[in-house]
Design a protein around this ligand. Structure first.
Ligand code: HEM
Length: 413
């Protein structure tokens, strides 16, 4: 359970104690071989694309969404979905994201501590629904946000875990979570039916998803439901948690904050700040694969079926890759122009995972993060209530700051 209490700290501790390869036992998933060394990470990303049963715990919510697919079904789903999320398609949303952020900030309390993460969850959810459903993001779609946030609360993990000892079908929702999931499905299916009947505007990224796919087929309602849930979950959770960490870091580093709000600053600086926050506090602490065939690297030979992970949280804190890794220094991403930090080939910096399963929303995420961060900084004068850094805690999906990134807003600008 120590892992869930502090995934970053636990993986870093295991790395220090046991070296570049180590095995941890996760309840309820079993043994997981972790690698925290760049050549092994590169080999895993290049050679192992399968997840097998490793993400089965997500099935009650995501169905056959991308993280649960393997082989050709996964590759063809990527070909279908990726074009819906390109920078060119997302660029026109910047103004709307900025507007939604300003209206979110306007609701924040002045002069008393509050947690940023839940606020960013609401905001990132609104952004995701707007981008996916476009003008069609009307009342019915608006009800989806609160339902999904309810399903995602601790309830979800508890509900799935509670089902296991009673021999219920593997990984299923029960009780209130099951009822919420049904309400979500009904909402999505009604929206799809309305689009097909032409009674609502068919735009946003969903318009691309309901159109014929590259192979000429049209997605079924079930496929659309599963991929929409995947995009909504993966999109809003990771963006909100990354923003929470970024403010948790920045507000404890006044020099960084000073540079961020300085007029005429280097345009690349905000991106470097986000990258540094994702280096020290990756919201996905490790990415897991299940070997579909034996895997060998150096002295290590693992049989088919082994669960193997790239321990991103440990890799990002290697002193041989990142000088003074404990120091929060965005300049490291600006100084060394020769370092190809952002390419999957870099194999040392992986906030978005890597290989064939690398995050499909990475470009869109960076665009959102920059827009939201700069709008918040322009609108709100924030400070950390104390100097104690927050540790990471897992909610079963992402690793967020344990106090939710507590801040005080001194005044609105
Ligand atoms: C800061 C924000 C985000 C972070 C840190 C993040 C990180 C990740 C990571 C680590 C993975 C697993 C990659 C792997 O297994 O190698 C992933 C997968 C994925 N992400 Fe993101 N993500 C973010 C935002 C988004 C957004 C905005 C979207 C969609 C709009 C998105 C969609 C996806 C999808 C669909 C997958 C599954 C890919 C697959 O299995 O093929 N993510 N993300």
């Amino acid at each position: 359970m120590r892992y869930y209490r502090d995934p970053h700290g636990y993986l870093r501790l295991c790395h220090r104690k046991y070296g570049d390869w180590f095995t941890i036992k996760l309840i309820p998933c079993g043994n997981l071989v972790c690698v925290a060394e760049p050549t092994a990470a590169r080999a895993v990303f290049r050679e192992v694309g399968s997840v097998g049963e490793a993400h089965a715990f997500l099935a009650p919510v995501l169905g056959q969404g991308l993280p649960l697919l393997d082989g050709e079904p996964h590759a063809s789903a990527v070909r279908w979905i990726a074009p819906a999320l390109t920078s060119a398609r997302m660029q026109p949303w910047i103004e709307e994201i900025s507007r939604l952020t300003a209206s979110e900030v306007a609701s924040w309390p002045v002069g008393r501590p509050f947690a940023l993460r839940p606020r960013f969850e609401q905001l990132a959810m609104r952004v995701m629904l707007r981008v996916l459903f476009g003008e069609g993001a009307h009342e019915r779609v608006a009800t989806l946000g609160p339902l999904i946030l309810r399903l995602k609360s601790r309830d979800l993990v508890q509900s799935v875990l509670a089902a296991l000892p009673f021999g219920l079908a593997k990984w299923r929702l029960i009780g209130e979570s099951a009822r919420t999931a049904q309400a979500i499905d009904a909402c999505i299916h009604a929206e799809l039916a309305a689009r097909r009947a032409g009674t609502v505007v068919n735009d946003g990224a969903l318009a691309h998803l309901v159109a014929p796919r590259p192979d000429g087929t049209v997605a079924t309602d079930r496929e659309l439901r599963d991929q929409l849930m995947t995009l909504i979950f993966a999109g809003h959770e990771n963006v909100a948690t990354t923003l929470a960490w970024t403010f948790e870091r920045v507000l404890r580093h006044p020099a960084v904050l000073g540079q961020l709000v300085e007029p005429g600053r280097d345009d690349r600086y905000p991106a470097a700040v986000l990258m540094e926050a994702m280096r020290q506090r990756p919201v996905i602490a490790e990415v897991v694969r299940e070997l579909a065939e034996p895997f060998e690297h150096g002295d290590h030979a693992l049989p088919t079926g082994t669960h193997i992970s790239v321990a991103i949280a440990a890799l990002h804190m290697r002193a041989d890759l990142f000088a003074d890794p404990e120091v929060f220094r965005p300049e490291r991403f600006l100084d060394d122009a020769s370092t190809t930090w952002t390419t999957p080939e870099a194999a040392i910096y992986h906030p978005f995972g890597g290989g064939a399963r690398r995050c499909l929303g990475a470009d869109f995420a960076m665009l959102q993060l920059r827009t939201i961060m700069s709008t918040v900084l322009a609108q709100a004068d924030l400070r950390a209530p104390d100097s104690a850094a927050e540790r990471g805690v897992s909610n079963g999906m992402a690793v967020g700051p344990h106090r939710g990134a507590l801040v005080v807003m001194e005044r609105r600008r």
